[in-house]
Design a protein around this ligand. Structure first.
Ligand code: NAI
Length: 340
Protein backbone atom coordinates (compact mmCIF):
# COMPACT_ATOMS: atom_id res chain seq x y z
CA UNK A 1 0.00 0.00 0.00
CA UNK A 2 1.38 3.41 -0.94
CA UNK A 3 1.49 6.07 1.71
CA UNK A 4 -0.67 9.12 1.07
CA UNK A 5 2.55 11.06 0.42
CA UNK A 6 3.86 8.59 -2.16
CA UNK A 7 0.46 8.22 -3.78
CA UNK A 8 0.14 11.96 -4.11
CA UNK A 9 3.60 12.19 -5.68
CA UNK A 10 2.65 9.55 -8.20
CA UNK A 11 -0.60 11.24 -9.08
CA UNK A 12 1.31 14.47 -9.66
CA UNK A 13 3.81 12.40 -11.62
CA UNK A 14 1.07 11.38 -14.05
CA UNK A 15 -0.18 14.91 -14.51
CA UNK A 16 3.35 16.27 -14.74
CA UNK A 17 4.38 14.08 -17.62
CA UNK A 18 1.14 14.41 -19.49
CA UNK A 19 1.06 18.20 -19.29
CA UNK A 20 4.58 19.53 -19.24
CA UNK A 21 7.44 17.17 -19.91
CA UNK A 22 9.50 20.15 -21.08
CA UNK A 23 9.53 21.64 -17.59
CA UNK A 24 12.89 21.16 -15.96
CA UNK A 25 13.22 21.21 -12.20
CA UNK A 26 16.78 20.98 -10.99
CA UNK A 27 17.27 20.45 -7.27
CA UNK A 28 20.65 20.74 -5.55
CA UNK A 29 21.62 19.15 -2.25
CA UNK A 30 24.54 20.89 -0.51
CA UNK A 31 26.00 18.45 2.00
CA UNK A 32 24.90 15.44 -0.06
CA UNK A 33 27.64 13.18 1.33
CA UNK A 34 26.41 13.39 4.91
CA UNK A 35 24.09 11.41 7.15
CA UNK A 36 21.05 13.38 5.97
CA UNK A 37 22.37 14.22 2.53
CA UNK A 38 22.70 10.62 1.32
CA UNK A 39 19.21 9.32 2.11
CA UNK A 40 17.75 12.70 1.10
CA UNK A 41 19.44 12.37 -2.29
CA UNK A 42 17.97 8.89 -2.59
CA UNK A 43 14.45 10.11 -1.82
CA UNK A 44 14.75 13.06 -4.20
CA UNK A 45 15.92 10.70 -6.96
CA UNK A 46 12.62 8.83 -6.66
CA UNK A 47 10.52 12.00 -6.58
CA UNK A 48 9.07 12.38 -10.06
CA UNK A 49 8.98 16.16 -9.68
CA UNK A 50 12.78 16.28 -9.55
CA UNK A 51 14.01 16.04 -13.12
CA UNK A 52 17.64 16.78 -12.31
CA UNK A 53 19.56 16.30 -9.09
CA UNK A 54 22.79 18.12 -8.38
CA UNK A 55 24.75 16.68 -5.45
CA UNK A 56 27.50 18.72 -3.80
CA UNK A 57 29.65 18.19 -0.72
CA UNK A 58 33.18 19.01 0.32
CA UNK A 59 33.65 15.25 0.34
CA UNK A 60 31.96 12.25 -1.18
CA UNK A 61 29.28 13.77 -3.45
CA UNK A 62 30.47 12.21 -6.75
CA UNK A 63 30.27 8.77 -5.11
CA UNK A 64 26.76 9.35 -3.79
CA UNK A 65 25.75 10.65 -7.22
CA UNK A 66 27.16 7.60 -9.03
CA UNK A 67 25.30 5.35 -6.60
CA UNK A 68 21.84 6.94 -6.76
CA UNK A 69 22.16 7.57 -10.52
CA UNK A 70 21.66 3.82 -11.06
CA UNK A 71 18.13 3.94 -9.66
CA UNK A 72 15.60 3.33 -12.42
CA UNK A 73 13.71 6.63 -12.25
CA UNK A 74 14.00 9.25 -15.00
CA UNK A 75 15.72 12.12 -13.14
CA UNK A 76 19.35 12.76 -14.07
CA UNK A 77 21.99 12.97 -11.33
CA UNK A 78 25.33 14.76 -11.21
CA UNK A 79 27.87 14.87 -8.39
CA UNK A 80 30.28 17.72 -7.74
CA UNK A 81 33.47 17.79 -5.63
CA UNK A 82 34.54 20.57 -3.26
CA UNK A 83 35.84 22.96 -5.94
CA UNK A 84 32.76 22.73 -8.17
CA UNK A 85 30.11 24.52 -6.13
CA UNK A 86 29.24 27.04 -8.85
CA UNK A 87 28.72 24.26 -11.39
CA UNK A 88 26.51 22.40 -8.91
CA UNK A 89 24.32 25.48 -8.49
CA UNK A 90 24.01 26.41 -12.14
CA UNK A 91 20.35 26.57 -13.18
CA UNK A 92 18.90 25.17 -9.93
CA UNK A 93 15.31 25.88 -8.98
CA UNK A 94 15.58 24.53 -5.43
CA UNK A 95 18.60 24.22 -3.13
CA UNK A 96 18.39 22.03 -0.04
CA UNK A 97 21.12 22.59 2.56
CA UNK A 98 21.91 19.86 5.09
CA UNK A 99 25.64 20.80 5.24
CA UNK A 100 27.26 21.17 8.64
CA UNK A 101 27.94 19.28 11.81
CA UNK A 102 25.24 17.45 13.79
CA UNK A 103 24.77 17.30 17.57
CA UNK A 104 26.45 14.91 19.96
CA UNK A 105 24.89 13.89 23.30
CA UNK A 106 24.55 16.84 25.69
CA UNK A 107 24.66 19.46 22.93
CA UNK A 108 21.90 21.90 22.06
CA UNK A 109 21.34 22.99 18.48
CA UNK A 110 22.73 26.39 19.40
CA UNK A 111 26.05 24.71 20.30
CA UNK A 112 26.44 24.04 16.57
CA UNK A 113 26.30 27.74 15.73
CA UNK A 114 30.03 28.42 15.63
CA UNK A 115 30.72 25.76 13.02
CA UNK A 116 27.54 25.79 10.98
CA UNK A 117 26.96 29.54 10.74
CA UNK A 118 29.96 30.09 8.50
CA UNK A 119 29.27 26.98 6.41
CA UNK A 120 25.70 28.15 5.75
CA UNK A 121 26.75 31.77 5.18
CA UNK A 122 29.30 30.78 2.55
CA UNK A 123 26.97 28.36 0.76
CA UNK A 124 24.21 30.99 0.77
CA UNK A 125 26.59 33.55 -0.74
CA UNK A 126 27.32 31.13 -3.59
CA UNK A 127 23.60 30.51 -4.18
CA UNK A 128 22.90 34.26 -4.16
CA UNK A 129 25.64 34.79 -6.74
CA UNK A 130 24.99 31.83 -9.07
CA UNK A 131 21.25 31.14 -8.73
CA UNK A 132 19.69 34.15 -7.00
CA UNK A 133 16.17 33.04 -7.90
CA UNK A 134 16.50 29.61 -6.34
CA UNK A 135 14.28 28.54 -3.45
CA UNK A 136 16.52 27.73 -0.49
CA UNK A 137 15.52 25.06 2.04
CA UNK A 138 17.68 25.22 5.15
CA UNK A 139 18.08 22.04 7.21
CA UNK A 140 21.43 22.88 8.89
CA UNK A 141 21.06 23.72 12.55
CA UNK A 142 20.42 25.88 14.43
CA UNK A 143 17.60 26.56 11.94
CA UNK A 144 16.34 29.47 14.09
CA UNK A 145 19.63 31.23 13.28
CA UNK A 146 20.65 29.74 9.93
CA UNK A 147 17.49 30.95 8.15
CA UNK A 148 18.14 34.57 9.25
CA UNK A 149 21.76 34.05 8.13
CA UNK A 150 20.75 32.93 4.62
CA UNK A 151 18.23 35.77 4.43
CA UNK A 152 20.79 38.39 5.50
CA UNK A 153 23.32 37.06 2.98
CA UNK A 154 20.73 37.35 0.20
CA UNK A 155 19.82 40.83 1.40
CA UNK A 156 23.48 41.90 1.36
CA UNK A 157 23.75 40.56 -2.18
CA UNK A 158 20.66 42.56 -3.19
CA UNK A 159 18.68 39.49 -4.28
CA UNK A 160 16.51 38.77 -1.24
CA UNK A 161 12.98 37.52 -1.80
CA UNK A 162 11.60 36.28 1.54
CA UNK A 163 9.09 34.08 -0.28
CA UNK A 164 11.93 31.82 -1.36
CA UNK A 165 13.82 31.08 1.86
CA UNK A 166 12.55 28.34 4.17
CA UNK A 167 13.66 26.66 7.37
CA UNK A 168 12.72 22.99 7.24
CA UNK A 169 10.76 22.27 10.42
CA UNK A 170 8.93 19.32 8.86
CA UNK A 171 10.59 16.79 11.15
CA UNK A 172 8.79 18.38 14.11
CA UNK A 173 5.50 18.02 12.22
CA UNK A 174 6.31 14.42 11.25
CA UNK A 175 7.18 13.56 14.86
CA UNK A 176 4.06 15.28 16.17
CA UNK A 177 1.81 13.27 13.84
CA UNK A 178 3.58 10.06 14.71
CA UNK A 179 3.60 10.57 18.49
CA UNK A 180 -0.02 11.76 18.69
CA UNK A 181 -1.23 8.90 16.50
CA UNK A 182 0.50 6.53 18.92
CA UNK A 183 -1.72 7.86 21.71
CA UNK A 184 -5.04 8.14 19.90
CA UNK A 185 -4.64 5.06 17.70
CA UNK A 186 -4.85 6.73 14.27
CA UNK A 187 -2.74 6.40 11.14
CA UNK A 188 0.04 9.03 11.46
CA UNK A 189 -0.43 10.29 7.89
CA UNK A 190 -4.05 11.05 8.75
CA UNK A 191 -3.07 12.87 11.95
CA UNK A 192 -1.62 16.20 10.85
CA UNK A 193 -0.55 18.41 13.73
CA UNK A 194 0.38 22.05 13.20
CA UNK A 195 3.67 22.96 14.85
CA UNK A 196 4.59 26.65 15.06
CA UNK A 197 7.46 28.75 16.44
CA UNK A 198 10.99 27.60 15.68
CA UNK A 199 13.04 24.43 15.50
CA UNK A 200 14.69 23.79 18.87
CA UNK A 201 13.43 22.67 22.25
CA UNK A 202 11.11 25.23 23.81
CA UNK A 203 10.74 27.14 20.54
CA UNK A 204 8.84 24.16 19.08
CA UNK A 205 5.14 24.79 19.79
CA UNK A 206 2.74 22.00 18.80
CA UNK A 207 -0.91 23.00 18.53
CA UNK A 208 -2.74 19.83 19.50
CA UNK A 209 -5.98 21.72 20.14
CA UNK A 210 -6.28 22.45 16.42
CA UNK A 211 -6.37 18.75 15.53
CA UNK A 212 -9.55 16.72 15.94
CA UNK A 213 -7.36 13.85 17.18
CA UNK A 214 -4.93 15.85 19.31
CA UNK A 215 -7.44 18.03 21.13
CA UNK A 216 -8.66 15.23 23.37
CA UNK A 217 -5.21 14.67 24.90
CA UNK A 218 -4.92 16.31 28.31
CA UNK A 219 -3.15 16.27 31.69
CA UNK A 220 -0.05 14.14 32.07
CA UNK A 221 -0.40 12.62 28.58
CA UNK A 222 -0.51 16.14 27.08
CA UNK A 223 2.60 17.30 28.94
CA UNK A 224 4.47 14.16 27.96
CA UNK A 225 3.65 14.28 24.27
CA UNK A 226 4.41 18.00 24.00
CA UNK A 227 7.76 17.41 25.66
CA UNK A 228 8.45 14.48 23.34
CA UNK A 229 7.67 16.58 20.25
CA UNK A 230 9.93 19.38 21.53
CA UNK A 231 12.80 17.11 22.53
CA UNK A 232 12.30 14.13 20.18
CA UNK A 233 15.60 14.97 18.51
CA UNK A 234 17.40 14.28 21.80
CA UNK A 235 16.05 10.70 21.82
CA UNK A 236 17.84 10.07 18.55
CA UNK A 237 21.04 11.85 19.58
CA UNK A 238 21.16 9.77 22.77
CA UNK A 239 20.39 6.47 21.04
CA UNK A 240 23.04 7.15 18.38
CA UNK A 241 25.47 7.70 21.25
CA UNK A 242 27.90 10.12 19.62
CA UNK A 243 27.30 9.05 16.01
CA UNK A 244 25.13 12.08 15.21
CA UNK A 245 21.49 13.12 15.21
CA UNK A 246 18.39 12.26 13.19
CA UNK A 247 19.35 11.52 9.60
CA UNK A 248 16.83 9.05 8.16
CA UNK A 249 13.66 10.62 9.56
CA UNK A 250 15.13 14.01 8.67
CA UNK A 251 15.81 12.89 5.10
CA UNK A 252 12.19 11.75 4.89
CA UNK A 253 11.01 15.10 6.28
CA UNK A 254 13.32 17.04 3.95
CA UNK A 255 12.07 15.12 0.92
CA UNK A 256 8.49 15.59 2.05
CA UNK A 257 8.90 19.37 2.33
CA UNK A 258 10.77 19.56 -0.99
CA UNK A 259 7.94 17.64 -2.65
CA UNK A 260 5.37 20.02 -1.12
CA UNK A 261 7.28 23.03 -2.45
CA UNK A 262 7.66 21.48 -5.90
CA UNK A 263 3.93 20.77 -6.02
CA UNK A 264 3.24 24.40 -5.10
CA UNK A 265 5.74 25.66 -7.69
CA UNK A 266 4.02 23.46 -10.30
CA UNK A 267 0.73 25.20 -9.56
CA UNK A 268 -0.99 22.72 -7.25
CA UNK A 269 -3.44 24.57 -5.01
CA UNK A 270 -3.83 24.31 -1.22
CA UNK A 271 -0.37 22.96 -0.45
CA UNK A 272 -0.17 24.05 3.18
CA UNK A 273 2.52 23.12 5.68
CA UNK A 274 4.40 24.75 8.55
CA UNK A 275 7.81 26.20 7.70
CA UNK A 276 10.14 28.74 9.32
CA UNK A 277 10.15 31.90 7.21
CA UNK A 278 10.31 35.66 7.33
CA UNK A 279 6.94 36.41 8.87
CA UNK A 280 4.96 39.41 10.02
CA UNK A 281 3.08 37.46 12.72
CA UNK A 282 5.29 38.57 15.64
CA UNK A 283 7.19 41.38 13.92
CA UNK A 284 5.66 43.82 16.42
CA UNK A 285 7.76 42.04 19.06
CA UNK A 286 10.88 42.27 16.87
CA UNK A 287 10.61 38.61 15.92
CA UNK A 288 10.59 38.65 12.15
CA UNK A 289 11.06 34.94 11.47
CA UNK A 290 8.48 32.43 12.60
CA UNK A 291 7.09 29.07 11.60
CA UNK A 292 3.37 28.79 10.98
CA UNK A 293 1.21 27.16 8.35
CA UNK A 294 2.14 28.54 4.97
CA UNK A 295 0.50 28.07 1.59
CA UNK A 296 3.09 27.21 -1.04
CA UNK A 297 2.62 28.21 -4.67
CA UNK A 298 4.38 29.24 -7.88
CA UNK A 299 6.35 31.99 -6.07
CA UNK A 300 7.19 29.96 -2.97
CA UNK A 301 5.37 31.42 0.03
CA UNK A 302 1.97 32.54 -1.24
CA UNK A 303 0.15 33.06 2.03
CA UNK A 304 1.13 33.02 5.69
CA UNK A 305 -1.66 31.68 7.86
CA UNK A 306 -2.34 33.11 11.27
CA UNK A 307 -1.68 30.83 14.22
CA UNK A 308 -5.38 30.53 15.02
CA UNK A 309 -6.84 30.13 18.49
CA UNK A 310 -4.60 28.78 21.22
CA UNK A 311 -5.53 27.15 24.52
CA UNK A 312 -4.08 28.52 27.75
CA UNK A 313 -1.47 25.75 27.71
CA UNK A 314 -0.46 26.57 24.15
CA UNK A 315 -0.31 30.26 24.99
CA UNK A 316 2.21 29.40 27.74
CA UNK A 317 4.27 27.35 25.28
CA UNK A 318 4.28 30.32 22.91
CA UNK A 319 5.36 32.67 25.68
CA UNK A 320 8.31 30.38 26.42
CA UNK A 321 9.15 30.16 22.70
CA UNK A 322 9.27 33.84 21.76
CA UNK A 323 12.19 35.20 23.84
CA UNK A 324 14.44 32.27 22.91
CA UNK A 325 13.49 32.52 19.26
CA UNK A 326 14.25 36.23 19.29
CA UNK A 327 17.74 35.58 20.68
CA UNK A 328 18.44 32.88 18.07
CA UNK A 329 17.30 35.16 15.23
CA UNK A 330 19.35 38.10 16.48
CA UNK A 331 22.42 35.91 16.81
CA UNK A 332 22.11 34.87 13.15
CA UNK A 333 21.65 38.44 11.96
CA UNK A 334 24.55 39.74 14.06
CA UNK A 335 26.81 37.04 12.63
CA UNK A 336 26.22 38.23 9.07
CA UNK A 337 26.51 41.88 10.08
CA UNK A 338 29.93 41.22 11.59
CA UNK A 339 31.05 39.10 8.63
CA UNK A 340 33.42 40.71 6.15
P1 NAI B 1 26.85 14.93 8.75
O1 NAI B 1 28.08 15.36 9.46
O2 NAI B 1 26.58 13.47 8.63
O3 NAI B 1 26.84 15.53 7.28
C1 NAI B 1 27.11 16.85 7.02
C2 NAI B 1 27.75 16.94 5.65
O4 NAI B 1 27.98 18.31 5.37
C3 NAI B 1 29.09 16.20 5.55
O5 NAI B 1 29.07 15.29 4.46
C4 NAI B 1 30.09 17.32 5.32
O6 NAI B 1 31.18 16.95 4.47
C5 NAI B 1 29.20 18.36 4.65
N1 NAI B 1 29.76 19.70 4.68
C6 NAI B 1 30.42 20.35 5.67
N2 NAI B 1 30.81 21.56 5.26
C7 NAI B 1 30.34 21.71 4.00
C8 NAI B 1 30.41 22.75 3.05
N3 NAI B 1 31.03 23.91 3.31
N4 NAI B 1 29.83 22.55 1.85
C9 NAI B 1 29.20 21.40 1.57
N5 NAI B 1 29.11 20.36 2.41
C10 NAI B 1 29.68 20.54 3.62
O7 NAI B 1 25.60 15.67 9.45
P2 NAI B 1 24.05 15.34 9.29
O8 NAI B 1 23.64 14.36 10.32
O9 NAI B 1 23.77 15.07 7.87
O10 NAI B 1 23.40 16.76 9.74
C11 NAI B 1 23.56 17.89 8.94
C12 NAI B 1 22.91 19.10 9.59
O11 NAI B 1 21.48 18.93 9.66
C13 NAI B 1 23.35 19.37 11.01
O12 NAI B 1 23.54 20.75 11.20
C14 NAI B 1 22.17 18.90 11.85
O13 NAI B 1 22.11 19.54 13.09
C15 NAI B 1 21.03 19.29 10.96
N6 NAI B 1 19.76 18.64 11.26
C16 NAI B 1 18.61 19.36 11.05
C17 NAI B 1 17.39 18.84 11.34
C18 NAI B 1 16.14 19.64 11.12
O14 NAI B 1 15.06 19.21 11.54
N7 NAI B 1 16.20 20.77 10.43
C19 NAI B 1 17.24 17.48 11.89
C20 NAI B 1 18.48 16.78 12.02
C21 NAI B 1 19.70 17.36 11.73
Amino acid sequence: MLSKYAARSLSVHGRWFSSSTARHTKVAVLGAGGGIGQPLSLLLKVDPLVTSLSLYDIRGAPGVAADVSHIDTPGEVNGYPADKLDEALDGVKVVVIPAGVPRKPGMTRDDLFNTNASIVRDLAAAVARVSPEAHVLVISNPVNSTVPIVSAVFEKAGVYDPRRIFGVTTLDVVRAGRFVSGIVGTNPVDTPITVIGGHSGATIVPLLSQSSFGKGISGEAYNKVVNRIQYGGDEVVKAKDGAGSATLSMAYAGAKFTNALLRGLAGEKSVITPTFIKSPLFADQDIDFFSSNVELGPNGVEKIHSIGELTGEEQKLLEACLPELKKNIEKGKAFVESSP
